[in-house]
Write a protein that binds this ligand. Structure first.
Ligand SMILES: [Zn+2]
Length: 616
């Protein structure tokens, strides 16, 4: 056998058994690709701290790697919509088993100016985040994209603009560059920005209805998961954890590169706001900070989802601080230990969240329930952690202890179904739901959609396997008329209140968790349903009044650019659909004059204390 064939055969064998190998064995046997380099944070941090500069990433070899990079779940397409240029892709060198530049350059720190380095950087970061979410410490299952297809497109140099975003319609993560056009800064080189956008894409894959317009908290939850992903991905990196250990000496309440999000971007905006030509000096610049003390009471009606999200991000950062404090040992070990725990505690509960209209308190309950179920009863830390969980959500005004632990359970099943019949297919699951509508508070007159069905394979403490979960999500829609003047141009349209639930069963069919969002038609929880409906009506009216709703299909709003209204109304299918369009930061475009803004009001973009106007 030739060297190359033998290498491929060995790699394929390792690939087949990779899930059963320990980390040390994986490294020893060379399961990871050589010479995949990227910025641990971004060029600004790299200049400040060489230790946190460009380092190798651990990306597994897999069959079918190709130019781009392209692999099973991602494809880099470096097309610049401003210039119309398509940059040649990083090449997959079959002999060397690595990605190289156009002239065969190794894409390391020496060649970080090459656009092919940028391509590999973005690809490696996105792939490592997907690996984190699919891994057994987190969701323990393959994660679908929210797009139509299984390969997400990455566009590292999409055009000029101070932004980056995930766009479901173009099935892509779009990264822009900004600053001095002669030497621009690239969002595709910012670890936090890449991970943030990947977090949006992943959440859209597992909870696609969160993109439908329902409440500020739901939109903020998207931002929270995106920022939490950036925090966890940074902590998970061995090099960066070392740097942060030195930076904080174990005290995570000190300013550090992990709690600070998007440093280079923050430095740029901050410098701009202060009228300085370039960047701030001293301290750590940032777009947002997880190390904050914001409470729900600080959030005003009409605040942006980004600002609102910081309350929940701050709460989870508090949890991290508390976990780390409880470990006596070397700082770096302590941080690894806390990271591993936080990934389990914060990401696994995502599977318990309702399929629609999630609120911070739903997530808090999911986290508390997940902990209660899976923290071993003999764990020395069980009581202390339960206390932290209670306190962080109480102190931030997210959830009081009574409602935190109030796990609602369905009524008794009217008709028993075997768990294999339920988990075997969506239609099988539907028969089970339909036969048990009363227990699950589902109105008889509504058609019902099984929106997702999957099984998990998660790990708990010390790598022990948790019981396999069967997660069943279902949704129905309650229509209502926008019949008041306050709905402006949307008056007369029919809108929808999304209702549904997430039921988590164990392998025997016992209920582990149930979260549901009632409608106004079922008598068991009519009060709650009517409250939801009234809130949604107000929420729509407020956004129309504030000029934050743009119509899809009209003028510039049709194409998602770096600036787009936060809410997009789509009436193309006959019924009104309101979708949110989250970007890295808010882009409250000036909507006056044109047909884009429904109420014709102009709005200002907000970032911290700085305000400026963006025009198309
Ligand atoms: Zn975002």
């Amino acid at each position: 056998m030739s060297d190359n064939k033998e290498k491929k055969s060995k790699s394929t064998n390792l690939y087949e058994v990779r899930h059963f190998l320990r980390e040390k064995t994986r490294q020893d046997f060379g399961i990871y690709l050589d010479d995949v380099f990227g910025y641990l944070q971004d060029p600004w941090v790299a200049r400040k701290t060489g230790e946190a500069g460009i380092k190798p990433f651990r990306i597994e070899w897999e069959p079918g790697l190709a130019d781009g990079p392209t692999n099973s779940r991602l494809a880099v397409v470096d097309f610049n919509a401003d210039t119309g240029l398509l940059v040649p892709p990083a090449k997959w060198d079959k002999k060397q088993y690595k990605f190289v530049g156009p002239k065969g350059e190794i894409l390391d720190a020496k060649h970080s100016d090459l656009y092919q380095f940028h391509q590999v950087n973005a690809w490696a970061v996105v792939q490592s985040v997907l690996d984190m979410f699919e891994g057994p410490l987190a969701l323990g299952r393959p994660i679908p994209w929210g797009t139509d297809g299984n390969r997400l497109i990455l566009v590292p140099h999409a055009g000029f603009g101070e932004n980056a975003f995930y766009d479901r319609r173009s099935k892509a993560l779009q990264f822009y560059y900004y600053g001095d056009p002669a030497s621009p800064k690239y969002t595709c080189l910012s670890h936090d920005i890449i991970v943030h956008e990947t977090g949006h894409a992943i959440l859209d894959g597992i909870r696609p209805y969160y993109f439908l317009f329902s409440s500020t908290e739901t939109a903020a939850f998207h931002e929270f998961v995106a920022d939490l992903s950036a925090l966890l991905a940074a902590l998970r990196n061995n090099y960066l954890r070392h740097v942060v250990s030195d930076q904080t000496q174990g005290d995570l309440s000190k300013d550090n590169f992990v709690s600070s999000l998007a440093e280079e971007f923050g430095a740029h905006l901050s410098g701009k706001a202060k009228g300085k030509p370039k960047e701030i000096v001293g301290g750590i610049a940032k777009l947002r900070d997880a190390n904050n003390s914001l409470k729900m009471a600080d959030i005003r009606d009409g605040d942006s989802p980004h600002r609102c999200s910081q309350v929940l991000t701050g709460a989870i950062y508090d949890l991290l601080k508390n976990i780390a404090k409880g470990y006596q040992g070397k700082v770096n070990q302590k941080f690894w230990w806390a990271t591993e725990r936080l990934i389990r505690m914060a990401l696994q509960p995502l599977d318990f969240c309702p399929p629609v209209d999630v609120r911070f308190a739903d997530y808090a309950r999911a986290l508390a329930r997940n902990f209660e179920l899976y923290e071993p009863l003999d764990s020395k830390r069980r009581e202390a952690y339960a206390g932290f969980i209670k306190n962080i959500f109480l102190e931030r005004g997210i959830c009081d202890p009574d409602s935190l632990n109030a796990h609602s359970l369905p009524g008794e099943w009217d008709v028993y179904h075997d768990i294999n019949a339920i988990s075997g297919s969506r239609t099988g699951a539907y028969y089970f739901l339909n036969d048990n509508r009363k227990a699950l508070h589902i109105p008889w007159n509504q058609d019902l959609l099984v929106s997702d069905l999957y099984m998990t394979n998660k790990y708990g403490r010390a790598g022990c396997r948790l019981p396999r979960e069967v997660v069943l999500e279902y949704v129905w829609r309650e229509e209502f008329k926008l019949d008041e003047d306050r709905f402006g141009p949307l008056k007369g349209q029919t809108a929808e209140l999304l209702c549904g639930g997430t039921l988590v069963l164990d392998e025997r069919g016992n209920v582990l968790s149930w979260q549901h969002k009632p409608g106004s038609q079922e008598k068991q929880d009519r009060d709650e349903g009517e409250k939801r409906l009234a809130q949604l009506r107000d929420h729509i009216a407020n956004h129309v009044q504030d000029g934050l709703v743009g119509l899809r299909g009209e003028s510039e709003v049709d194409i998602l650019g770096p600036w787009t209204p936060p809410v997009v109304a789509d009436t193309s299918s006959g019924a009104l659909r309101l979708e949110i369009a989250p970007h890295l930061r808010d882009s409250r475009v000036r909507l006056g004059g044109g047909s884009a803004g429904l109420a014709g009001k102009s709005e200002l973009d907000e970032w911290g204390d700085n305000k400026w106007t963006i025009k198309f």
